[in-house]
Design a protein around this ligand. Structure first.
Ligand SMILES: Cc1cc2nc3c(=O)[nH]c(=O)nc-3n(C[C@H](O)[C@H](O)[C@H](O)COP(=O)(O)OP(=O)(O)OC[C@H]3O[C@@H](n4cnc5c(N)ncnc54)[C@H](O)[C@@H]3O)c2cc1C
Length: 415
C-alpha cells in the first residue's frame, strides 16, 4: 500500500514540496522494488539479485539527485540540499517509510554522522579529501570509538592511544562494533592523545584522528555477527598505525565534544527514521487487520486488535511530536541534551511496541522474510543500546533536571 502524504498547513511551501516529492519517489520508485533492493530474507541473495539491486539503486539515486533531494543533511556547497533539523525531520518521516530508502537519498549512518563532524571540525583540506567523496558516494567511512574491554556507555574509559612521533600519530588499540568497518575507506578513530605531562596515557584527553583503512597496522579482525547474521560492524586492532599529524580532526582534546556533537545529531536522525518506520508498521498492521478473517470476522472487529491500533497511533504521535520538538530546539541553538536523551529513550521503545503489535497481527508472516517487520523489530531493539543505552540517557535527564532545581529554579517546561 503506498503511503498517504498530504501538505501540512503549518509548513512552508518548500518543505511541503520536498515531502510530496520524496513521497512520490518512495511510492513509485522504491516501495514496488523494496524486496529486490533489500530482500527482507537475506538468505535468498544470489549474484543476479545483487546485480539487479545495484542497477535499481543507481537508477533511483540518479532520480533523487535530479530532483535536488540528495544529502538533505548537508549544505549546498558540499553537495547536499541544505535542510535544517526540523525540515529534515519532516522529510525523513516520509523517506524512512521504506526502511532502506534514506541510503538512496545519500543519508546513511555512519557516513552521515562523520559528514557532520567533518563539516564542523574538519579543515577545508580535510573536507575536500574526505567529506566530498563521501557525499558523492565514492568512499565509505566508519566511526571507531567503542572497545570490547571498556564500557562503551562510558566513552571516557576508552584505552586506545595515539602518541606523537615526529610528524606522525602512532595509534594502538582495540575497537569493535565499528559500523561499516568492513568496507570503509577511512575510519574516524577516537584516541587518547595527551595527559598533563604530554604523554599518551590512560588519563589523557580524547582526540579524533582520520585513519585510511589501508594504512599498515589496521587489522580488521572480523565482521561481528548481529542478530544471527553477518554484518559489517567490525572488530579492529590498531597496531602501531602511523598517520600524518594533519589527519587530526579538530583541536587536540576536542574528541569527546566532537563525539557528543556527532552522536547528538545521529540520535535525532535515528529517531526521525524510527517515526517513518513506525508509520509503515502501522499501515501494515491496519492493512492486515482490515483484510484477515479469523473466528467469524475480520481482525479489525476484535477489540484486542482495535486496542493495538489505538495504542500504536498514540505511540507514533507522541514519538513524532517529541522528534519535531527536539529538532526545533536544535535549530534554535538551544541546549537540547535533555530532550535528545528523552527522545532517544522514548522513540526506540515506542517503535519496538508498534512493530511488536504489527508482528502479532500478522501472525507467522510477521516474523517471516516476506515482510520488513522482523528487520524493523531487530533495528528498534538495537537502538535501545546503540548510541548510548537507555539507563545512561535517564541519568542525563535526571542530572539536568535536578541541576536546575538545585540552582533554585524549577524546570522550564514551556521550553
Ligand atoms: C548495531 C550496533 C552498531 C554500533 N555502531 C557503533 C559504531 O559505529 N561505532 C562505535 O564506536 N560504536 C558502535 N556501537 C557500540 C555502541 O555505541 C555501544 O554498544 C553502546 O554505547 C553501549 O556500550 P557497551 O556495549 O560497551 O555496553 P556497556 O557500556 O558495557 O553497558 C552494558 C549495559 O550496562 C547498563 N549500564 C551502563 N551504564 C549504566 C549506568 N550508569 N547505570 C545503570 N546501567 C548502566 C546498560 O543497560 C547497558 O546496556 C554499535 C553498537 C551496535 C549494537
Amino acid at each position: 500500500m503506498p503511503m498517504n502524504v498530504q501538505s501540512i498547513h503549518s509548513l512552508s511551501d518548500r518543505i511541503n514540496q520536498i515531502r510530496l516529492l520524496t513521497a512520490e519517489i518512495v511510492n513509485k520508485e522504491i516501495l514496488p522494488h523494496e524486496n529486490e533492493l533489500w530482500r527482507h530474507d537475506r538468505n535468498r541473495h544470489s549474484d543476479a539479485d545483487r546485480k539487479r539491486a545495484r542497477e535499481l539503486r543507481e537508477g533511483i539515486q540518479a532520480k533523487v539527485k535530479q530532483a535536488g533531494l540528495w544529502a538533505p543533511h548537508l549544505p549546498d556547497e558540499y553537495g547536499g540540499c541544505g535542510l535544517n533539523f526540523l525540515e529534515h525531520a519532516y522529510m525523513n518521516e516520509v523517506l524512512a517509510y521504506c526502511i532502506g530508502a534514506a541510503s538512496l537519498f545519500g543519508v546513511v549512518a555512519p557516513n552521515s554522522g562523520n559528514q557532520k563532524i567533518l563539516l564542523k571540525y574538519g579543515t577545508e583540506e580535510q573536507r575536500q579529501k574526505w567529506l566530498v567523496p563521501l557525499t558523492e558516494g565514492k568512499m565509505q567511512s566508519g566511526f571507531s570509538m567503542t572497545e570490547p574491554d571498556n564500557a562503551g556507555s562510558d566513552p571516557r574509559s576508552i584505552k586506545t592511544t595515539a602518541r606523537k612521533e615526529g610528524n606522525e600519530w602512532v595509534i594502538n588499540g582495540h575497537k569493535w562494533f565499528t559500523s561499516n568497518g568492513i568496507k570503509a575507506d577511512f575510519l574516524i578513530v577516537m584516541c587518547r592523545t595527551e595527559d598533563p605531562t604530554g604523554r599518551a596515557e590512560a588519563n589523557g584527553k580524547m582526540t579524533q584522528i582520520i585513519v585510511p583503512t589501508k594504512t599498515p597496522g589496521v587489522n580488521v579482525v572480523r565482521g561481528i555477527e548481529v542478530w544471527g547474521r553477518a554484518s559489517d560492524h567490525a572488530e579492529i586492532i590498531y597496531d602501531d598505525v602511523r598517520v600524518p599529524l594533519e589527519n587530526q580532526l579538530g583541536q587536540t582534546g576536542s574528541g569527546h565534544q566532537a563525539a557528543q556533537d556527532r552522536l547528538g545529531a545521529g540520535r535525532v536522525y535515528h529517531c526521525m527514521n524510527s517515526v517513518g518506520q513506525m508509520w509503515r508498521a502501522f499501515d501494515l498492521m491496519v492493512e492486515r487487520a482490515t483484510s484477515r478473517e479469523v473466528h467469524g470476522g475480520k481482525l479489525e472487529t476484535k477489540q484486542f486488535i482495535q486496542g493495538f491500533i489505538a495504542d500504536s497511533y498514540i505511540d507514533i504521535q507522541a514519538a513524532r511530536l517529541m522528534t519535531i520538538h527536539t529538532a526545533e530546539r536544535m535549530d534554535s541553538g538551544l541546549d537540547s541534551r535533555t530532550d535528545i536523551s528523552a527522545l532517544k529513550i522514548f522513540v526506540p521503545e515506542a517503535y519496538t511496541r508498534v512493530v511488536d503489535r504489527a508482528i502479532q497481527v500478522w501472525g507467522a508472516a510477521g516474523v517471516s522474510g516476506d515482510l520488513p517487520l522482523a528487520g524493523m523489530y531487530q533495528g528498534a531493539r538495537t537502538l535501545r543500546l546503540a548510541d548510548g543505552p537507555d539507563e545512561v540517557h535517564k541519568i542525563v535527564i535526571a542530572k539536568n533536571v535536578l541541576k536546575s532545581y538545585h540552582a533554585g529554579e524549577s524546570w522550564d517546561f514551556g521550553n
